[in-house]
Design a protein around this ligand. Structure first.
Ligand code: UDP
Length: 484
């Protein structure tokens, strides 16, 4: 099989968002470690952002390249430089962003004609649906890469069986049919699936859009994590392979610290700070790459962390970090009051590096799927604070199915740009941190033990002969079988 594998050329086309490019780049490294040649198509600014990751992979003799295609910002009226969902100031710009994504079809087709060796398949995620047409044109298979869990996929699918007419209000709980656990949702928690049409500037979350035909679906998850949901989804959708958690491919320090973006401060600073703390004592608070958090809400988070008495690392995204926030942190004295107990980062942090440090004992997360899975791999219990998209599904998985989380208590989704928010008060933050970091209670010990067991299962899944490793082999064999 080895020499045949070297004929393979996988073309990956991720949506230009951190939660897609990051796992697909990890996936690329896993493929390349098996001898496959991998090209990742993206835009010039994203290629610059990931330059370090690609260079590091090349230094390990992995055959990976990133191919930039010009992103038509001007043509759709997007400000120059808006090449990633995390760069959008308002989600009103999102429809333009997706229009620009759709315009990449023609340049990709041109690229396909020029690429050597010819691509054997395309792996893309659903928000880039036109890749299916490209595959048909070039007569190669497409594989769908899911950046959500099997739990979300099955729940979202079964939502269509719910009689919406019988639900009287957005806050009335209803049971989701035909899933292995008794799970309730409210309409206020559910993502909406609309994409803009006919030039409308209306836009809402778009987590699970309509299905696009694919030869098979690859899920960044592992079979042992959610077997009932994988089976349920497979029965309905056919070929589904769990190939994750892909983040576990990052074993060396440079891989862990430069993932997704350049970290705002040097990794040694984090490591020295973490080394000074007791094992499992630190709470890590990070809300992904896209959520907008208001100043009002940031103050509640900071005050809650301060009142909790646990050491903490708290990441404030660049977009939320204003002069007003800085004044509150410095002149009004939060940073001085917490002193060495707290590390507040303005910008981007090396999440998997921090999470995997033995001093970290809890994760306050917005429940993005990548973050959820990275928390599982680190074996830490989580405080769940879903904000939008499919994050409420992930909260149910973490808290109700896996039993490794404490819900902070958010009742409904906020809008993508933070205009509608459900304010979480400082005392809710404090209480949740105390609960998850508690070392005395039986409930807390059980949660932590379960989290550690799942981390072990995750690492077994990607080891040689593990379920995800074997699914990887099946994927490669499947592509080989179709070589013309
Ligand atoms: N991330 C990171 N540092 C940060 C913020 C985010 O490394 O400061 C990474 C995180 O590890 C994860 C991804 O960005 O891999 C975020 O993806 P997720 O699906 O959790 O959330 P989204 O960004 O889509 O809301």
């Amino acid at each position: 099989m080895a020499s045949k594998i070297e004929q393979l050329h996988f073309l990956l086309v991720p949506l230009m968002s951190q939660s897609h490019i990051i796992p697909l780049t990890d996936f690329a490294k896993l493929l390349a470690r098996r001898g496959v040649f991998v090209s990742i198509v993206t835009t010039p600014l994203n290629a610059i952002r990931y330059k370090g990751v690609i260079e590091h992979a090349k230094a390990q003799d992995l055959k990976i390249q990133m191919i930039p295609i010009k992103f038509p910002c001007q043509e759709v009226g997007l400000p120059e430089g808006c090449e990633n969902l995390d760069a959008l100031d308002s989600m009103g710009l999102a429809w333009k962003f997706f229009r620009a994504c759709d315009m990449l079809q023609a340049p990709l087709e041109k690229l396909m004609e020029e690429l050597e060796p010819k691509p054997s398949c395309i792996v893309s995620s659903i928000p880039i649906p036109w890749t299916e047409k490209v595959c048909r044109k070039f007569k190669i298979p497409r594989y769908n890469f899911e950046t959500v869990s099997c739990f979300t996929l099955l729940c979202a699918r079964n939502l269509s069986q719910v009689d919406q007419e019988s639900i009287l209000s957005d806050t009335e709980p209803f049971l989701l049919p035909d899933i292995p656990h008794k799970i309730e949702f409210t309409r206020a928690q559910l993502p909406t699936h609309r994409r803009p049409t006919g030039g409308s500037e209306e836009y809402e979350d778009q987590p699970i859009p309509a299905k696009v035909p694919a030869r098979a679906t690859l899920v960044n998850s592992f079979e042992e994590l959610e077997p009932g949901y994988l089976d349920g989804y497979r029965k309905k959708e056919g070929k589904v392979w769990c190939i994750g958690p892909v983040s576990l491919c990052n074993k060396e320090l440079p891989e862990r610290s430069a993932r997704g973006n350049k970290a705002s401060i040097d990794e040694h600073y984090y490591l020295t700070w973490l080394e000074s703390k007791k094992p499992k004592s630190v709470i890590f608070a990070c809300f992904g790459s896209m959520c907008r958090i208001s100043f009002r809400q940031l103050k509640e988070i900071g005050s809650g962390l301060e009142a909790s008495n646990s050491p903490f690392i708290w990441i404030i995204r660049k977009q939320d970090y204003t002069a007003q926030v800085e004044e509150w942190l410095t002149e009004e004295g939060l940073e001085a009051r917490v002193g060495k107990r707290g590390l507040i980062i303005r910008g981007w942090a090396p999440q998997i590096l921090i999470l995997s440090h033995p001093s970290v004992g809890g994760f306050l997360t917005h429940c993005g799927w990548n973050s959820t899975l990275e928390g599982i791999c680190a074996g830490v219990p989580m405080i769940t604070w879903p904000m939008f998209a499919e994050q409420f599904f992930n909260e149910k998985l973490i808290v109700n199915v896996l039993g490794i989380g404490v819900a902070i208590g958010v009742e409904g989704r906020m809008s993508f740009n933070g205009e509608t928010e459900h304010l979480v008060r400082w005392d809710q933050v404090k209480r949740a941190v105390e609960k998850v970091m508690d070392v005395g209670s039986e409930e807390s010990r059980t949660r932590r033990k379960r989290a550690e067991e799942l981390a072990k299962m995750a690492s077994n899944a990607v080891e040689e002969g593990g379920s995800s490793d074997m699914n990887f082999t099946m994927l490669i064999q499947d592509v080989l079988d179709q070589l013309q």
